[in-house]
Design a protein around this ligand. Sequence first.
Ligand SMILES: Nc1ncnc2c1ncn2[C@@H]1O[C@H](COP(=O)(O)OP(=O)(O)OP(=O)(O)O)[C@@H](O)[C@H]1O
Ligand SMILES: [Mg+2]
Length: 310
Amino acid sequence: MIYTVTLNPALDKTVEIPSFTVDSVNRIVKMRTDPGGKGINVSKVIDKLGGKSIATGVLGGSTGTAIQSALEEMKLESSFLFAEGETRTNLKVVDPERHTNTDINEPGLTVTDELLNSLLKELLEKLGEEDIVVLSGSLPKGAPKDTYYTWVKACRDAGARVILDADGELLAEGLKASPYLIKPNNHELSGLLGQTLETPKELEHAAKTLMSQYGIEKIVVSMGGEGALYVTGEKTIYAEGLKVPVGSTVGAGDSVVAALAVAEERGLTLEETVRLSTATGAANVMCSGTQAAEYDVIQGLIPKVVFSSL
Ligand SMILES: Nc1ncnc2c1ncn2[C@@H]1O[C@H](COP(=O)(O)OP(=O)(O)OP(=O)(O)O)[C@@H](O)[C@H]1O
Ligand SMILES: [Mg+2]
């Protein structure tokens, strides 16, 4: 089973306001709400890929209940713990006339050590050798900076393969517990090493350094429209980005993480993994917002993926 962990979920509320103006009354012409947060987005894409996952994490208040019901409606299995307070709602104002995107994010709830410990304990009780745990995204207020260290280590000790997708200090801390796979983008990897990494060779060298320093098995460095680099102990593959019409690049990385988790679970070869995840990333870029692409679109892109060994 694949478990996705979203410790800081959000209800994404996307509103369309033509000629959005500050200091004035604005009228919404279109509106939608989607359960969001990186782990939840990963679960949505796993479902489209024909896989199964259980989404876990922390929810709160009526917004939390709304997220839980939305997941149920989408037939996505979940097992969240409820905390005091209200899950954040993130408002995205899209202006089709001025071509702007404005994000207004709520601070969200505060978690306690007790709640995080109970959530981790619940997960560990279910985990076994065949399982994959995806830890991704930001942390809620109250969560210690080394939360991903604690979670990676505990899930690893329980025999699961851990995929970590986080940024900055959270990633730096999580790495120290040797996750199985990480998927930084080129900027996150550069930030981690404190140097600007641009070419595939530079990125590969940085990835190999981290792999030997921390005992990480696989690193996938995504590079937006430029594609991604897949670094394993045996070989490195560079996959070009597919040329597709861009709807929204939000969540492109999450869809790649979803494909990587499914590929691991199915035991795909590296080449098959490269094809599936590049196609999944591109198909999701073609969709608007964080809507997940349909499998037939992904399938259509799989043969078009171009890659080579580095
Ligand atoms: N403009 C694009 N055209 C085609 N494919 C894209 C484009 N942007 C992203 N992708 C695909 O999605 C993958 C992941 O994108 P990216 O590197 O932007 O992830 P990210 O920065 O982690 O995103 P996020 O964290 O916001 O989800 C890329 O490796 C590529 O395969
Ligand atoms: Mg990302």
